[in-house]
Design a protein around this ligand. Structure first.
Ligand code: AMP
Ligand code: ZN
Length: 665
């Protein structure tokens, strides 16, 4: 046997043992034997680096250090799931589905909702190409080196897999491993980690992959996306993924009736505590992928899937004090400061009270014993007061009338639940809030700078708006608390690099009230540059698709303001992007202006996503289901029959991929 053959043989043997141990839970050799073989391979690889293999089992031990995780755009967006909390919700959902699909048989798969960190793995030619976190759903962080250390993630697939596909799953930290990690921490005098989920997602972002390798993480898979996978149902998908070597929990059920779905939910609501890892619900999916395709997506989630959330845990505790926070828009949020209490694995000290109405609705008072609940969201909610425990001397909460930070009288406009501090230029949390928003990841994504740095720079009088960031010098920053030459340099560089950020994100970064990411994109596309946008009247703005009066008014007000105009002029001077790029412009036309186009089926030249992008770039709107407003249905291979029937009934023209291309070229 040549050295190369010897190395290959060891690798394939170790791969099989890994699979037996971590995926099947059924080891066939002792840990000691395994370690010896691994060591042998490590030594051979060190001696003969020419036989390097990026899928070698030795990479499981880590070693690579990632300083900055690269941001990667997902090939297929990672959606959220709609939530339901009762059987009625589920029945309503099923009715909605039947209405779209017509009177056809619909089967469902039920899986558990694993509670960890979402991950998308891309495989090409059977090898793990990359692992990306969910991020905001459109783009996430490249954490491949860390994910490679998770033993149940196959680095090389078995069997008959498609050439390229993405597979989605959840990285979890099973209870037992989590408890062991904490034992070690406590023994070392460190604070224990609070819950498995946060620890799992934190682990993915550790810089040193050796540390990740030491954590007993697991990866549970549930969904494959990609063109031409030849898979027809969700159930088959789970089976196939298992065949290719992925860890897919067998706690899943193919259900023919709603009653079977409900039985599954009821059973696991009780028995989930017997599982080795955390779950927070059941995910119910329409089984047929063709039906899934017909149902499509809303802007946030698939219409063909629904999460049923297990009842959230509830506790009661004492509310000591209500304090008030001022946001970057001047909005006031009341906060309940609680007697710390353990809830679903985390210590809760604070809860949001939302607004004055919310406090009045429950008649929440300082000194009350309140019920706190933690649903899916991070911030716990107060869901009621235990009136039997109300102190006799308690008095109703008087909502504040003046800003707690700058003492300006608060304003509440008609139709808005929140109170606002209108001292836009003089209220410190509004000033720093706007700058913090500007530098944030979805906005200008300025590296080397965080919220605390902004506060520090403001306190030192170095910045009072985001344009000031571009004038900061290393010499000014270095003397500040916790700053050194390197961090000061990084900060200045991070600011300088932000001039590359595209116009639509700059527009979002400006922090115009009601202009979120989606609206910013729409405006950037409609006006192409800031001068055109600044010149637009309210009436012109509302003519843009999906821009309502409230947004239009806020945009006009923002640009009418002299101080804002000065800041924008300064930003222009620093080179910030205030127009969409040549490249983007070149791809854009108005050819599909005013048209709503639905895409369905599988296509020859383009992926479905590419077709959708073409529609948007040419000024059209992508529709998700057919209605009388649909202008065209672009039909590919294997399009759902009910879509066709519906289009025919409503007289919506059905065109082919080729015919569509004629519209845009
Ligand atoms: P949410 O974040 O509450 O909108 O729920 C969506 C997330 O649930 C997805 O991003 C997945 O990471 C996660 N999830 C856990 N288990 C499953 C499952 N069996 N099927 C689909 N998604 C799941
Ligand atoms: Zn104020």
């Amino acid at each position: 046997m040549t050295t190369q053959q010897q190395i290959e043989a060891l690798r394939s043997e170790l791969r099989e043992h890994n699979y037996n141990y971590y995926v099947l839970d059924n080891p066939t050799i002792t840990d000691y034997e395994f370690d010896m073989k691994l060591k042998e391979l490590q030594e051979l690889e060190a001696k003969y680096p020419e036989y390097y293999d990026q899928a070698s089992p030795t990479l499981r031990v880590g070693g690579m250090v990632t300083k900055n995780f690269e941001t990667v755009v997902h090939d297929h967006r990672m959606y959220s799931l709609d939530n339901s909390y009762s059987k009625e919700d589920l029945e309503d959902w099923e009715k909605r589905i039947q209405r779209v699909l017509g009177d056809v048989m619909v089967e469902f798969t039920c899986e558990l909702k694993y509670d960890g960190a979402s991950i998308s793995l891309t495989y090409e030619n059977g090898q793990l190409l990359r692992a990306i976190t969910r991020g905001d759903g459109t783009q996430g962080d490249n954490v491949t080196t860390n994910v490679k250390t998770i033993k149940s993630v196959p680095l090389r697939l078995k069997g008959n897999y498609p050439e390229k596909f993405d597979i989605r799953g959840e990285i979890v930290l099973p209870f037992e491993g989590f408890a062991k990690m904490n034992e070690v921490r406590v023994a070392n005098g460190e604070d224990p980690y609070m819950n498995p989920r946060n620890t799992a997602s934190g682990s993915l972002k550790l810089q040193d992959s050796t540390l990740v390798a030491q954590r007993p993480l697991d990866c549970l898979l549930y969904g494959i996306v990609g063109e031409g996978t030849g898979i027809a149902t969700q159930w088959e998908m789970l089976q196939k993924a298992r065949d290719w070597g992925f860890k897919v929990p067998t706690v899943a059920k193919l259900c023919k009736t709603t009653q079977e779905v409900i039985d599954f939910v009821d059973y696991w609501d009780v028995h989930r505590h017997d599982l080795p890892y955390e779950t927070d619900g059941v995910v119910i999916k329409v089984n047929s992928l063709q039906q899934q395709d017909e149902l499509g997506f809303t802007s946030k989630s698939p219409r063909w899937a629904m999460a049923y959330k297990f009842k959230a845990e509830q506790v009661s505790t004492v509310l000591h004090e209500i304090t008030y926070q001022v946001g970057r828009t001047g909005a006031i949020t009341p906060v309940a400061n609680l007697q710390p209490v353990l809830l679903a694995g985390t210590t809760v000290k604070r809860a949001s009270l939302h607004n004055a109405d919310q406090i009045a609705k429950f008649d929440i008072r300082e000194g009350d014993t309140v019920f706190v609940e933690k649903g899916g969201e991070i911030i716990p909610k107060i869901i009621g007061v235990d009136f039997s425990k109300r102190p006799v001397d308690s008095s109703p909460t008087a909502y504040i009338t003046h800003c707690p930070e700058c003492h300006t009288e608060l304003v509440r406009t008609e139709g808005d639940a929140k109170h606002y501090c209108v001292n836009y230029y003089g209220c410190p949390p509004q000033i720093t809030g706007r700058i913090q928003h500007y530098i944030s990841r979805k906005a200008m994504d300025i590296e080397g700078m965080g919220s605390e740095t902004v506060e520090l720079l403001f306190k030192e009088g170095l910045i009072t708006n985001y344009a000031d960031l571009y004038e900061l010098t290393k010499e000014q920053i270095m003397p500040l608390e916790r700053m050194a030459e390197k961090s000061a340099e990084n900060l200045v560089q991070g600011v300088a690099a932000s001039v590359q950020i595209p116009f639509e994100r700059v527009l979002f970064a400006l922090g115009i009230r009601f202009v979120g990411e989606t609206v910013a994109k729409k405006l950037a596309k409609a006006y192409k540059n800031i001068d055109a946008l600044m010149a637009a009247s309210e009436a012109e703005l509302t003519a843009v698709d999906e821009i309502g009066e409230r947004i239009a008014q806020s945009v006009v007000e923002f640009f009418e303001n002299d101080a804002n105009r000065t800041i924008i002029d300064r930003l222009k001077g620093y080179g910030v992007q205030f127009a969409i790029s040549e490249e983007q412009l070149a791809n854009q036309t108005d050819k599909l202006q005013g048209l709503t186009i639905v895409v369905s089926g599988v296509f020859e030249t383009f992926s479905r996503d590419a077709l959708k992008k073409l529609i948007e770039e040419n000024g059209g709107k992508v529709g998700s289901s057919i209605s009388s407003k649909t202008s065209y249905l672009v039909a590919g291979d294997k399009m759902g029959p009910s879509k066709r029937t519906k289009a025919e009934k409503l007289g919506v023209p059905i065109i082919s991929e080729q015919e569509f291309l004629h519209l845009v070229v």
